[in-house]
Design a protein around this ligand. Structure first.
Ligand SMILES: Nc1nc2c(c(=O)[nH]1)N[C@H]1C(S)=C(S)[C@@H](COP(=O)(O)O)O[C@H]1N2
Ligand SMILES: [Mo]
Length: 435
């Protein structure tokens, strides 16, 4: 059942639009000055003003710290960090992931120090003066680019998410029982940055494609020499050789001095520390696209070259890793994205998917980028199950976990875009459940 939430602003926006206390997405937007919410503060912790100045804190009485050449977060935010997950521990400390702490983030762009990381054999310490990037294979003229030469090319910026295809494996059918982990552990292998660099098509053009060219092999300069095959069509469409991440040079863990950004395609294809592109007329079937990054189907066949990350969303607040602070008004907020295009609509449920309210999307909505969604929620303190469901402008809808699981063999973990359920208990605790 979907509940109509398109009523006009003249209607009483404080009336629920779905079960469990979900309110009209425009409540907060229209609240200013209209007295819609009431004269009391929205949340109990916002107290009435006293006069300020009487007990001026120490930092108003003495000069502040000296100016700094490079900024870092407040020391009071020291716990907002990536969780480091190393499956082989100290045997292979460079292998594994770090996850973005989604439960502590509110916008849609990921700060560089919190961008998730997936590395197969550590972060190479590349001296940009000695790094070379080669374009060869089925080209008229093989070319080698230095970092310095690439920096002189015309550049383009794209706000794009990168998502590991192993993201959300905690709710995949690898785990028959739901794990109690924070939202960052479940979905934090997705991040969003403004990537700036040289369109790969410009460099391929310069090298001159030979007739019959249809694929690329992209290889990294790390000790895993990670490599993937990429269809030429995508390379010529919107693929970037990125040198900048949110305005500064790419971080070492993101591929310094250069990486591929292949918008909407699985994270693995966004080859970091890019050292060569070989133009071919066939996929190369590298170890990274045969032994891994394939999906096992129910009939025992494996599906290869599943590039596009499907439409998906998760509530990041309230969510696992946080607790409710008593009954009252909350903003349910989360992230939605699709590798197929732009997010079109996000719905939120507080009753485990029986009734849905439309969420407000953070605008402008960029294609293949993280989109923030928000909806007000009056929580009366009763148990609730929160879910979000995303739609994209290419007609795709995020599936239920049961529906997603059925598509694959047991133990399948890649490309999990199932709807996530957060169970909110009367005591305010929030845990991941399979609803
Ligand atoms: N050279 C190289 N490129 C790589 C990897 C790697 O280990 N080596 N990991 C891949 C995987 S699996 C993912 S999900 C993304 C992660 O990008 P990030 O670490 O910048 O978030 O990089 C991809 N590119
Ligand atoms: Mo990945």
């Amino acid at each position: 059942m979907r509940v109509d939430s398109t009523r006009s602003v003249e209607d009483d926006l404080t009336q629920p639009v779905a079960e469990g206390g979900l309110l009209h997405r425009r409540l907060f937007l229209k609240a200013g000055g209209a007295g819609i919410v009431g004269a009391a503060p929205l949340v109990p912790s916002a107290t009435y003003a006293r006069s300020i100045g009487e007990d001026a804190p120490g930092w108003m009485r003495t000069p502040g710290l000296p100016l700094r050449a490079y900024g870092s977060p407040s020391p009071y935010e020291k716990d907002v960090v990536r969780a480091v997950l190393q499956p082989y521990g100290e045997m292979a400390p460079g292998t594994g992931v770090t996850v973005t702490p989604l439960q502590h983030m509110r916008g849609s762009v990921t700060p560089n120090g919190l961008h998730f990381e997936r590395s197969h054999n550590g972060i190479p310490e590349i001296d940009p003066a000695r790094h070379e990037f080669m374009v060869h294979g089925m080209v008229k003229q093989p070319l080698v680019f230095t970092v310095e030469s690439l920096l002189r090319y015309p550049m383009e910026s794209q706000l794009r998410f990168i998502e590991c295809s192993g993201n959300s494996f905690f709710i995949s059918n690898l785990f028959p029982e739901a794990k109690e982990v924070p939202v960052g552990h479940i979905h934090g292998l997705v991040s969003c940055a403004e990537w700036t660099g040289v369109p790969l098509g410009v460099l391929l053009d310069e090298a001159g494609l030979e007739p019959g060219a249809s694929w690329l092999l992209a290889e990294g300069a790390d000790a895993a020499a990670m490599s993937r095959s990429i269809p030429l069509e995508k390379a010529l469409d919107d693929t970037l050789v990125a040198l900048y991440q949110n305005g500064e040079r790419i971080r070492p863990e993101q591929g310094y001095p250069m990486r591929l950004v292949v918008p909407g395609f699985e994270g693995n294809m966004n080859v970091k520390w890019l050292r060569r592109i070989k133009v071919t007329d066939h996929p190369t079937h590298t170890k990274d696209e045969t032994s891994k990054y394939t999906e096992l189907m129910p009939d025992g066949m494996s599906r290869q070259f599943t590039y596009i990350m499907d439409v998906k969303s998760t509530i990041t607040h309230p969510a696992g890793g946080l607790t409710m602070q008593g009954p009252g008004l909350y903003e349910v907020s989360g992230l939605a994205w699709s590798g197929h295009g732009a997010v079109d609509k996000v719905e939120v449920s507080a009753d485990g998917g029986r009734t849905w309210a439309d969420a407000q999307l953070g605008e402008p909505v960029h294609a293949r980028s993280l989109t923030r969604f928000r909806v007000p929620w009056r929580w009366e303190g009763a148990p609730a199950v929160l879910q979000s469901r995303a739609y994209d402008d290419q007609g795709n809808v995020q599936p239920s976990r049961a529906h997603w699981s059925k598509q694959y063999a047991a133990g399948q973990l890649y490309h999990c875009n199932a709807i996530q359920s957060w169970q909110v208990a009367a005591d305010g605790s929030i845990v991941n459940v399979y609803a």
